[in-house]
Design a protein around this ligand. Structure first.
Ligand SMILES: NC(=O)c1ccc[n+]([C@@H]2O[C@H](COP(=O)([O-])OP(=O)(O)OC[C@H]3O[C@@H](n4cnc5c(N)ncnc54)[C@H](O)[C@@H]3O)[C@@H](O)[C@H]2O)c1
Length: 376
């Protein structure tokens, strides 16, 4: 008797900010398992319309020649051009699938520039905190009570101990960081009030790199804020290479420059998969007597300095990066390194890819796509 493979229905997961840098890699990673069907909600504020068609094309290119209809369906992504600060637009997405129709949410959508948040705090609180509140209210209405929240190492501000465990007090030192602490608090309180909810907050350290195919990667609007994409843009001539500034070389670190914990974007995306699996009702990660809320650091657990990053990007690209040392930047702390053991012990997640791989994959994407996905 021939055996027919059992077709497991795909779990519908809503990814907010799905067309962004992290979102596109998370969607790729979820749909690649062929267990999840992603619905993306993004208002296009910081994303290119082509990002998700590239994800679909990449998924299709990885299918076997005899792919079934189920396999082909698993490469398609439903997209909604909707804004989280508009309740009616969120409701319209949930309404399409009905009560209980969406299994869970990965909530990534946010504004993320620390410096900008100092200039326009109300915009940040509205987008990141009110947007989260409206999303949670709509989820409640539509009986969707599982959420993965995109938090950040910025919630720790200037931490008292390195590496940083999750038990560290939350004391962000920018409006952006505050929006992350506030959103975590709201989600935590909701889980305390109602045992139907389960939530995991992922505190990312510094995601970097791109999918190794070079098909998807980071495509920031304007001049990149972060060092690695800035170097990649300098490498392809999108940003003037004479403008690289190193903010301080007199920190108490081995070479005097700031040290940060970088993890590969695909490792980070895998972390979301581990977290989603842990949201199941029978999950062991939640303490049965308390709220079903947990926060985990996602980092490599090792630090690299600004000079080490410049050297690694030089090796990956062959480009000689000239820089000038300027004064320290307000708010920069000498070292931020994750203690990643809780995620390893409880979620079974461990980032493994080294800085050289992040630089290689970043450069592969940038050199194949000097203008990213194109102007937007
Ligand atoms: N990239 C990092 O270094 C980093 C580090 C720590 C935490 N995070 C967090 O990870 C998440 C994703 O970051 P990213 O690097 O992918 O940023 P990104 O800007 O590439 O992606 C965010 C996406 O959210 C969308 N968005 C923003 N506001 C929206 C709204 N009101 N409604 C609908 N869509 C909206 C944007 O268009 C964008 O596509 C953010 O919450 C960010 O704070 C990022």
């Amino acid at each position: 008797m021939s055996q027919v493979a059992e077709i497991v229905p795909l779990r519908k997961v809503l990814v907010t900010g799905g067309a962004g840098y992290i979102g596109s890699h998370v969607i790729y990673t979820l749909q690649k398992t062929r267990r999840y069907k992603v619905i993306s909600l993004d208002n296009g504020y910081n994303s290119h319309p082509d990002a998700l068609s590239r994800v679909s094309a990449l998924l299709r290119s990885e299918l076997p020649a005899d792919a079934s209809e189920h396999d082909i369906e698993s490469t398609e992504i439903e997209t909604h051009n909707s804004d989280l600060t508009r309740r009616d637009e969120i409701r319209a997405v949930f309404e399409k699938y009905g009560k209980g129709g969406i299994w869970g949410v990965v909530h990534l959508a946010a504004h993320k520039a620390v410096g900008e948040s100092v200039e326009i705090p109300l915009t940040y609180y509205e987008n990141n905190v009110a947007g989260t509140l409206f999303l949670l209210q709509t989820m409640k209405e539509y009986e969707c009570t599982r959420i993965i929240y995109s938090s950040s190492a910025t919630v720790y501000g200037t931490p008292p101990t390195i590496p940083i465990p999750e038990t560290t007090r939350l004391e962000a030192d920018s409006p952006y960081g505050n929006t992350k602490v506030m959103s975590e608090t709201i989600i935590h309180d909701l889980c305390c009030a109602d045992s139907k909810w389960s939530a995991i907050s992922l505190r990312y350290f510094n995601p970097a790199g791109a999918h190794p195919s070079g098909q998807i990667g980071e495509h920031p609007k304007g001049r990149p804020e972060n060092l690695l994409p800035l170097l990649a843009h300098m490498g392809v001539g999108r940003v003037d290479a004479a403008t690289l500034q190193v903010f301080g070389n007199d920190y108490p670190t081995p070479d005097g420059t700031c040290v940060r914990d970088y993890l590969h974007i695909i490792d980070l995306a895998e972390g979301h998969l581990s977290a989603l699996e842990a949201l199941n009702q029978d999950s062991k990660v939640f303490d049965t007597s308390g709220a079903r809320f947990k926060a985990y650091n996602l980092g490599l657990g090792r630090g690299v300095s600004v000079f080490e990053i410049i050297a690694a990007m030089h090796k990956a690209t062959g480009v000689e990066f000239k820089y000038e040392i300027v004064g320290r930047r307000r708010g920069d702390v000498p070292k931020l390194i994750a203690d990643p053991t809780l995620a390893e012990n409880e979620l079974g997640f461990k980032a493994t890819q080294e800085l050289s791989v992040m630089c290689r994959d970043l450069w592969n994407f940038q050199s194949k796509n000097p203008d990213g996905y194109g102007e937007f």
